[in-house]
Structures are given as C-alpha cells and as structure tokens.
Write a protein of this length. Structure first.
Length: 164
C-alpha cells in the first residue's frame, strides 16, 4: 500500500505522516527531505518541484511489489501531480490511499513561524501555496483536521480508513 499524505505547508502533514509511517511500520519519504538532498540551495522553481515529485514517483514504482507500505508526504497541490500518482497506482495495481491534512489558519501561522528541520516554508509560502492549491474531491480520500492536541485521534482515524 502507498499512502499519500498531502496538504498545505504548516497543516501538520509531515508530523502526522512520520507518526503514521512509524505506527504502521512503513517506509517514509517527504518532499522537503528530498529537496534538501537534491538541492543545496533550493529555489523552489517549477523544475525543482517536478524533479522532487519524479523522485517520489520513482520510489512508489520501486515499492510496487514490496511487502512494506510506503508513506509519501508533500503538498501534492496540483491535480496534474496527483494524476501522475493515480495513473502509476492503476498501472501497477497499487493500493493507493490519500489522506489530506488541514488546519485552521491561526494554527498554520504559529507553526510556520517556528524553525523546522526540513521545511523552509513561512507564512508567505503558505499563502502562495493556498492560492495555487487545487482541491482534491475524488470522494476516495479522507480529510483530517490537525490541531495541536489531536494526533492520537488523527492516527486512529487514519488506521480505520486504511483498513477499509
């Protein structure tokens, strides 16, 4: 199974995705980590984003026949990006699950104001990504609301979703 955790910067998706991967003993890959490996001084260009998502697609391809689950974590902010993953999932008969993480803007503002290990996104990046964000309403994903106190409930809800 490949689980894609997506949402805007500061939504709590990376914290959630890493916790989920640990809980279900899955491999984990995150776009921010990939960016830091591929680019010493990232410029956040479309070409960089394309290469980062291609790296995640490659990882998904290599996990296709693995016994181990994979959690991919990123904004997945555009429909065409998500379509590439959906197509590969269908082509390789991968059980592909989508979990969207959302948070109230006041919480996002607090989170992005703090230094994070891999993400450089600040509030201006959040606002830019929010404008570019294309909704994903395929009816086959779950949307979880992140607060600063509900990670246990989020993980329980995700586990229930993944069992279906």
């Amino acid at each position: 199974m490949v689980i894609i955790v997506f949402g805007l910067p500061g939504s709590g998706k990376s914290f959630f995705a890493s916790q989920l991967a640990e809980k279900i003993k899955a491999d984990y890959m995150n776009t921010d980590m990939v960016r830091k490996v591929l680019f010493t001084k990232p410029e956040y260009t479309e070409d960089e984003k394309t290469l980062i998502y291609k790296k995640l697609l490659d990882e998904m391809f290599h996990h296709a026949h693995s016994k181990k689950d994979l959690v991919l974590d990123g904004t997945f902010y555009r429909g065409d990006i998500r379509a590439d993953f959906i197509k590969l999932g269908k082509d390789l008969n991968i059980d592909l699950r989508w979990i969207e993480i959302v948070a109230d803007e006041t919480i996002v503002k607090e989170r992005v104001a703090k230094k994070r290990e891999y993400s450089d996104a600040d509030y201006s990046i959040y606002r830019l990504m929010k404008k570019q964000y294309e909704p994903f309403d395929n009816g086959q994903h779950v949307r979880l609301r992140s607060t600063n106190k509900n990670i246990t409930q989020m993980l329980q809800h995700a586990e229930e979703y993944l069992k279906t």
